[in-house]
Write a protein that binds this ligand. Structure first.
Ligand code: 5AD
Ligand code: FES
Length: 369
């Protein structure tokens, strides 16, 4: 029987027909060999259908349960600046978006978020921002030092885009432990369709390799269903992830933002995002996989379904409510009106309703400092 691919997101191109039986065999092989050659990976992604999704989900969830039990890790996200010098076509805080209301949290405000976060049980702070020239290396170093002094037991994660290796080294020496930098797509031709000419996939990949070499627990990631994406591009993402071997991979559906060049484009498919989460879990069992805000934005149970498909991390927002809606990467982002405590409680209930529980702690699964 041929796989029924009628639900497939239309932004992903047709690929070779696989029977469900063949698809299941490829999923088994992905588990055994921790990866597949590009053609097979593309065929497996292209064949996604309810039967293969269910098969992958059951396997992925069993692997996640074996690795992490019913534990879900939380990371407190502090979106500290939405100024950005980049002009990525998909992103609502791109520099050309004159309608974006810009804000920047002061060091004191960021430290207050961390204090509040620690009270709520967070032991990881993710400092995320646009590529904001105000936040020079010196300022970031000072910020890390102060957080490190105030919260010696907490992990500090940076997510502030591409910098030079020397800067990453300085941040590491100042006490940062982890770094998130999504590669967005590992296919050079597709990367060029999503970014202006002054940005390059090679530089981004180099940043990721540098981060790993320095010792950061590193996260990369990609959008699902971004305009022009094909199953071959997604297969490239899997190959790149296998080569980089990051500790974390963040994926979420592309969601158009009304003030960007991609305003009218199709949203990425939830089913495909969930399937890819499962395949990532199957390929790399110990991977930290967040159920992302973008997934929660396109479906009321998005985060829970992400966990059911194999994810094991959630990243609620710790930013002050007054600035939440300004960190608008895409339309309709959820949780923009909720205080940190509300959001944490809500997430806790959501996880419990799905049979999981949030654990307090750094959530180190591997031997990082
Ligand atoms: N839809 C979905 N995700 C987006 N991001 C940025 N813009 C969008 C969008 N329109 C993601 C990117 C980025 C992360 C912080 O948010 O993957 O790395
Ligand atoms: Fe943030 Fe529900 S998860 S308010």
């Amino acid at each position: 029987m041929a796989a029924d691919r009628s639900e497939k997101g239309s932004s992903v191109s047709e690929y070779a027909l696989l029977t469900i039986e063949e698809g299941m065999q490829l999923i088994d092989r992905l588990q055994r060999e921790h990866g597949l050659p590009k053609t097979e990976m593309a065929a497996l992604i292209g064949a996604h259908c309810p039967e293969l999704r269910d098969y992958a989900k059951a396997k992925a969830r069993a692997i996640a349960d074996q690795q992490y039990g019913k534990d879900i890790y939380i990371r407190g996200l502090i979106e500290f600046t939405n100024y950005c010098k980049n002009d990525c076509y998909y992103c609502g805080i791109r520099c050309s978006n004159a309608r974006a209301k810009r804000y920047r949290l002061s060091k004191e405000e960021i430290l207050a978020c961390c204090r509040e976060g620690e009270k709520l049980g967070f032991r990881t702070f993710v400092l995320q921002g646009g590529e904001d020239p105000y936040y020079t290396d010196d300022r970031i170093v000072e910020l890390i030092r102060q957080i490190r002094t105030a919260h010696p037991d907490c992990a500090i994660t940076l997510s502030i885009g591409e910098r030079e290796r020397e800067s990453y080294e300085r941040f590491w020496e100042a006490g940062a432990d982890r770094y998130l930098l999504r590669h967005e797509t590992a296919a050079a031709s597709h990367y060029q369709k999503l970014h202006p000419r002054n940005m390059s996939l090679e530089h981004r990949k180099q940043c990721l390799r540098d981060l790993k070499e320095i010792g950061y627990q590193t996260g990369c990631g990609f959008m699902v269903g971004s305009p022009g994406q094909t199953v071959e591009h997604l297969a490239e993402d899997f190959l790149f992830i296998r080569e980089l071997h990051p500790e974390m991979v963040g994926i979420g559906p592309f969601i158009p933002h009304c003030d960007t060049p991609f305003a009218g484009k199709m949203q990425g498919s939830m089913e495909l995002t969930l399937y890819l989460l499962s395949l990532l879990r199957i390929g790399q069992p110990d991977l930290l996989l967040p159920a992302t805000t973008a997934l929660a934005t396109i479906h009321p149970r998005g985060r829970e379904m992400g966990i059911e498909a194999g994810a094991n991390v959630v990243m609620p927002n710790l930013s002050p409510v007054g600035v939440r809606d300004k960190y608008s990467l895409y339309d309709g982002k959820v949780c923009t009106g909720d205080e940190a405590a509300e959001c944490r409680n809500c997430l806790e209930k959501r996880m419990e309703s799905a049979g999981y529980h949030i654990v307090v702690g750094r959530g180190d699964h591997c031997d990082v400092r």
